[in-house]
Design a protein around this ligand. Sequence first.
Ligand SMILES: [Zn+2]
Length: 358
Amino acid sequence: MTRTVNPGVVSGKDYQAMVAKAKAGKYALPAVNVVGNNTVNAVLEAAAVANSDVIVQVSNGGALFYAGKAYPDSFEAGVLGAVAAAQHVHLLAERYGVCVVLHTDHANRKLLPWIDALLTEGEKWYEKTGKPLYSSHMLDLSEEPLEENIETCAQFLERMAKINMSIEIELGVTGGEEDGVGQDVDLSAENSKLYTQPEDVLMAYQRLNPIGHFSVAASFGNVHGVYKPGNVKLRPEILKASQEVVQAKCNTENNPLNLVFHGGSGSEKSKITEAVGYGVFKMNIDTDTQFAFAKAVGAYVEENPKAFKHQLDPDDGKPYKKVYDPRKFLRAGEQSVSERLQEAFEDLGSIGTSAAQG
Ligand SMILES: [Zn+2]
């Protein structure tokens, strides 16, 4: 079942083989939100160090930032930023020697025109290179009635399958918000919205599986952001129940669903391991890598306070040019992100597992 995959951005059969390999090997890959070339390069560096494949993902807000905050048309900026980020990854990923999945994060109903425009870009890229620009897009229509959610995802998947793309859908609600997309829900463990119903997952499987490859962000009490311990109750057994219902009703192999764990930051290690055992192949991480970047930059500024106020040392006139060079503190941020990601690869069991050959 081992398929030889070349390093670089993967899609279609290569992507599917990677997902299958992860599930069979009971490990998962971190999906890291990026906002610029510093974070992209930190993720590629981290994956190369761990010899693990990795998922690079861009939210609409991340794409806007990538294009430049001053860009006058925010719709265009979302498209251009996402295309620029993808092109950057396509160019470099191969040279880092690992497989990289390119993905866009939460798109709710309001952001569907963004996905539409990215698919047009994806189709052009496919025409030119035989590969889609992104490996997959996520639609998050979890605020809507189940039928509408699944039906819209089915329509998008029809178009995406033609260019070897996969879709990620959301069933149930991930608490908190990710870059401006999300719902204000009660985060107490009694809130049933935070726990996906296995029957809903079955309905999605029956509708989407005949069309193409898809994954499900099923909620099991997970929340975006990091909170005080005790606020969030993760129940990975919900994922197991969903797998079992689909397997029984659709007569499939073990763990038929490709599951995604949103809000991985700050999660208990034992719950991560348990979720991965139930077919989670992707865990999103953003809050913890944001903090890793900020913490290292903060420490650098604290160590060199005068260089951030004066070009020359006010006492002896020594130039600070080499200290305030932005590369110095941006590099500190990158290294810290890469270090935090080693912990994620370790938690997810993916160290040394890259599917890339040669
Ligand atoms: Zn999320």
